[in-house]
Structure formats: structure tokens, C-alpha cells
Design a protein around this ligand. Structure first.
Ligand code: LER
Ligand code: MN
Length: 271
């Protein structure tokens, strides 16, 4: 059965970004619990910025799980990504992601590669960028696998990457990799921009769907935009999707209202 999660950003530089809760890990975890979420998704500024034992204690105290941990802090704070022209920069990007896999994997959760995938250009050809990305996903997916979790790879809309924008392109990118090691993260905000039919694309992802960013067309919480959630919920049910629907949305109009709205919408659609 599908599980609910809500995002918590601890990255000052990401202010105004699509995260429901901000900066206060204990407070956000307690509020997530009181609203009935199953889990939280954490966006840390660096792999060593969160003490895994403290995070596990906070989660245990509230009976919550860790849904996933984002790697985008490496892009937001250090402008790292996996397709940088210089080998040293690419290696630092891999090391950063490896550090997040160690943090998340130790707590039984997957890491997310979204903005850290990067883009081609500035002297790097599309083919070269793609090769570097697949090679990095192979190595990092194997590392995640050593913790018994997949790595999550997220297609982004055209304004954020020129590499992979759709589920179809994502499936094609992952095809050379060992099955199940790297799974797709489908973000309804990006999908609303890029897909012809969101529900059909989720069906196409099928068993390779590893995580869902649950959000509306305008990146506000589900129900505050114009997405039609009926076909999306039906697709997820018919896939028997048992992963997370994680609210990666603006704290609009504020964190508490955004979280409550998401929780209400999740219950209406899935419970
Ligand atoms: C970025 O737009 C996004 O959707 C994040 O989940 C990527 O890390
Ligand atoms: Mn996302």
C-alpha cells in the first residue's frame, strides 16, 4: 500500500524552494507525526550535517520512517553535478552523493539524484554527459545496493536539465543498469510539464517506479493547482505501488497548512 511522506529542508540556500518544512528537524518530525504521515524526506546541506543516530532517535520517538534523503545540497551549495567538464568536480559530486547514500542507507532509506545529475553543454557533448551519468549511476547504484536500498533517479523538467525530462527517457537511461538498483522518482510537477499523459507514464514506469513527489501543477501542495489526481491515483493503485507519495511542494500558504492539505488529499485519494 502506498505510504505518505513530507519533505523537510535543512538548506538555508534553498530558501523559497519546494519543501514543506524548514530547518527544524525535531519540530517538523513531530508535526508530520501529528498529521498522520508515515515518513519524512530530508534535504540536508551536506552528508555530515545530520547525525544519523539523532535522526533515528527522533524518528523512533514519533514512530515515523525515513522515506528518502536528497542530494541536491551538493548542487545548491557547491554547484557540483555529475556532468561537470572537469574530472575533479565530477568526482566531488560522486563523493557527495556517496556520502548521502551512507547517511540514508545506514537508516534504511534511499538517496535521490535529481539536480545532481547535471546537464550537457559548456564543451560537454550530450553523448559524453550521458555516458558519465550512466557510469555514475552504475557505481552509486551498486553502493546503495550494499545497504539493501535502491538509488532514486529523477527526470526533471526542461528548465532544470537537458538530459532526461520524461519517464520514457528515464527508463531508457536506466536500461543498461542491473535491474532494480536504480529506480525512477516521478515528480508530478515535472511530469505535468513534460508528459503527454501523467497516469500513462506512471503505468509505463511500472515496477521501476521507486518514489513519487506528490505535488500539484504549480508546485503548491496537492489540490492547490489544476492536476487531475483521479487517473494518477488509479494508476498507482493498479500498479499496486507500495512506495512513498512524498510532498515536495512549496510551503504554501505556510508549512503547517501545506502539510495538512497534503495529508488530507493523500487520505482522500489513497485511504
Ligand atoms: C528539483 O526540481 C526536484 O524536483 C528535486 O526533487 C530534485 O532533487
Ligand atoms: Mn522532485
Amino acid at each position: 500500500m502506498i505510504q505518505s511522506a513530507v519533505t523537510i529542508s535543512l538548506v538555508a540556500e534553498a530558501a523559497g524552494g519546494p519543501f514543506v518544512f524548514w530547518h527544524d528537524l525535531p519540530g517538523a518530525i513531530a508535526e508530520a507525526r501529528s498529521l498522520g504521515f508515515d515518513a519524512v524526506e530530508v534535504f540536508p546541506p551536506a552528508p555530515d550535517a545530520v547525525d544519523p543516530r539523532q535522526l533515528q532517535r527522533l524518528l523512533d520517538d514519533q514512530g515515523l520512517k525515513l522515506a528518502a534523503v536528497g542530494t541536491g545540497g551538493g548542487w545548491v551549495r557547491q554547484k557540483l553535478h555529475l556532468c561537470l567538464p572537469d574530472a575533479g568536480g565530477r568526482q566531488r559530486a560522486r563523493d557527495y552523493i556517496r556520502g548521502i547514500i551512507d547517511l540514508a542507507g545506514g537508516l534504511g532509506a534511499p538517496a535521490i539524484i535529481g539536480s545532481m545529475q547535471g546537464r550537457w553543454g559548456e564543451g560537454v557533448s550530450r553523448e559524453q554527459a550521458r555516458d558519465w551519468l550512466v557510469e555514475a549511476l552504475a557505481e552509486l547504484g551498486a553502493h546503495a545496493n550494499s545497504y539493501g536500498v535502491p538509488l532514486l533517479y529523477e527526470p526533471l523538467n526542461r528548465y532544470e536539465t537537458n538530459l532526461v525530462n520524461t519517464v520514457e527517457q528515464g527508463l531508457e537511461l536506466l536500461r543498461p543498469l542491473p535491474a532494480g538498483r536504480v529506480k525512477l522518482l516521478c515528480d508530478l510537477f515535472h511530469m505535468n510539464i513534460e508528459e503527454v499523459d501523467i497516469a500513462a507514464s506512471l503505468m509505463a514506469a511500472g515496477s521501476q517506479l521507486g518514489h513519487l513527489h506528490f505535488v500539484d501543477s504549480n508546485r503548491r501542495p496537492a489540490g492547490y493547482g489544476h492536476l487531475d489526481y483521479g487517473p494518477i491515483a488509479r494508476a498507482l493503485k493498479s500498479l499496486d505501488y507500495g512506495g512513498y507519495a512524498s510532498a515536495e511542494a512549496f510551503a504554501w500558504p505556510d508549512s503547517s497548512t501545506a502539510a495538512r492539505q497534503t495529508s488530507d488529499m493523500f487520505r482522500r485519494l489513497f485511504r
